[in-house]
Ligand binder design. Structure first.
Ligand code: NAD
Length: 494
């Protein structure tokens, strides 16, 4: 049995861990490895290594940091296929989808390659007689990232390239369900010339997370995961005096107006709802069919949902793989069953699907549920599986009101031919990331990613300019040359 170890101070290490967790191949249902689960002492070891490394990395030149980022970026290109297959084998998503994740994560490294520009301060000449003011930003020290299972490489890549390029040292606690990609990333950083101790990986569960949140030598924590844990991490981390950014769960709505190209909208809704078996924080899980769009839209969606090819992620013919665990499959099945008993119409029922040759895999087919109302559990809960629920609305105003009453506010989309409706939608909807005829509007790396309401706890979105701000703090320097006589009056501009 392959044991996945921590990566501390530039080497794979068992540290003091004795507990382990199984890592499965969701397509076969078989265990493929075990991962060490860190104790608080392992976190201490990694933080000590990162703290030591910060002494020199925090003072390294922008050229040195940029050089490492360029080399790391090239290695991510070279290892794209290997990374995608590793992710697919532990997460279950199809290899092409995993490749997309590697590419979107790599774009953050490309942003970090331009860190010299992003970190430029400003200068004001002659704010008073013979006085100038400039500002600049400095790294925080040792910072940590705690990440979810659904994007085992992209979400950590939202964090560490920017943290490291701005001069911090980093401790990653990835999901224990698909941990391997993080160790390969650590090896690639080492090959790229990153000094020992700058990037560390500690695998684990709540014990490791709590040790990170309480550790006095960790200055900031980035978290991405479900909302209850995001709230917990934010509360405990800030109580310990840390900077915390915590991105939570989602329930993303796509509004379809009668003037939209319904075939186009249905195509995109199908891919956005069932891609990665619905296990994306930006997945569309609610379709809001407005007015006369409803019946026709559901008819096309039914056809397309039935056409989705479900199979192992390693098979290029598969559109959609399994879900992450038997528990996730049970949760999805219960949501579909519950929506039926609460009065919704189960149009396509993915329960009971068997994939030939993979009978032990964690598969469940796509489900489409119509006539769902906001009171029903299938609407209120984040199912995080291949279920698309349809809510009917009379007007675009009704659709906006439904979205705004939802506690989540990660992403949303509108499908329409009307610029006027699209403009109204983007101005009035209380959601952080909006697509116009784009179902999964994940911002490019040079913008920042973050939702509103229960999808983002605290006030800091991730990567892009907000990432640079999060991982640094500012100094403002007021300078006078040459020395003039000191005065006892309060300084004013003269
Ligand atoms: P999760 O909240 O269960 O786990 C996230 C991380 O927290 C993992 O590293 C896990 O080990 C740790 N964790 C789990 N339980 C904990 C506990 N009780 N105490 C301390 N730490 C704990 O999330 P998940 O199931 O891995 O991922 C899916 C969730 O992540 C979904 O809710 C999804 O919407 C969300 N997500 C959000 C975004 C976003 O950008 N907003 C992106 C990806 C995923």
């Amino acid at each position: 049995m392959n044991t996945i170890e921590h990566w501390i101070n530039g080497v794979a290490t068992p540290a003091g861990s004795t507990r382990t967790a199984p890592v499965y191949n969701p397509a076969t249902g078989r265990q493929r490895a075990e991962v060490l689960l860190a104790e608080a002492s392992d976190v201490d070891t990694a933080v000590a290594a990162a703290g030591k490394a910060f002494e020199s990395w925090g003072n390294s030149s922008l050229s040195q940091r940029t050089k490492v980022m360029f080399a790391f970026r090239e290695l991510l290109v070279q290892h794209e296929d290997e990374l995608a297959r590793l992710i697919s084998g532990e997460h279950g998503k199809v290899v092409d989808d995993a490749r997309g994740e590697v590419v979107r994560g790599r774009e953050v490294v490309e942003y970090a390659c331009g860190i010299a520009d992003a970190l430029k301060g400003s200068f004001s000449d002659q704010v008073s007689r013979d006085v100038d003011v400039h500002n600049f930003r400095q790294p925080l020290g040792v910072v940590a990232g705690i990440t979810p299972f659904n994007f085992p490489i992209m979400v950590p890549l939202w964090m560490h390239p920017i943290a490291i390029a701005t001069g911090n040292t980093f401790l990653l606690k990835p999901s224990e369900r698909d941990p391997s990609a993080s160790n390969l990333v650590a090896e690639l950083y080492a090959e790229a010339g990153l000094p020992e101790g700058v990037f560390n990986v500690v695998h684990g569960d709540k014990t490791a997370v709590d040790a990170i949140l309480d550790h006095p030598d960790i200055a900031a924590v980035s978290f991405v995961g479900s909302t209850p844990i995001a709230k917990y991490v934010h509360q405990r981390g800030t109580a310990a005096g840390k900077r915390v950014q915590a991105l939570g769960g989602a329930k993303n709505h796509a509004v379809v107006l009668p003037d939209a190209d319904l075939e186009y909208a249905a195509d995109h809704l199908t891919a956005a709802a069932f891609g990665s078996a619905g296990q994306r924080c930006m997945a569309i899980s609610v379709g809001v069919a407005v007015g006369s769009a409803g019946d026709k839209l559901v008819e096309i969606l039914e056809r397309k949902a039935r056409e989705v090819k479900v199979g192992p992620g390693s098979d290029p013919a598969s559109d959609m793989g399994p879900v992450i665990s038997p528990a996730a499959r049970e949760r999805v099945a219960a949501a579909v069953a519950g929506s039926g008993t609460q009065g919704a119409t189960v149009v396509v029922d993915g329960r009971g699907l068997q994939v030939e040759g993979h009978e032990e895999g964690f598969f469940i087919g796509p489900s489409l549920v119509d006539n769902v109302t906001p009171e029903m559990d299938a609407y209120r809960e984040e199912i995080f599986g291949p279920v698309l629920v349809i809510v009917r609305a009379e007007t675009v105003d009704d659709a906006i009101a439904i979205i705004n009453a939802n506690p989540y506010g990660n992403g949303t989309a509108i499908f329409t031919a009307s610029g006027e409706a699209a403009r109204k939608f983007q101005r009035e909807v209380k959601v952080g990331m909006i697509g116009v005829n784009v179902p999964v509007p994940v911002p490019m790396s040079y913008y920042s990613f973050g939702g509103w309401k229960d999808s983002l706890i605290g006030d800091s979105p991730i990567h892009g300019p907000e990432g640079v701000r999060f991982y640094t703090r500012a100094k403002v320097v007021t300078t006078r040359w040459p020395h003039t006589e000191a005065a006892f009056t309060f300084p004013t501009s003269t």
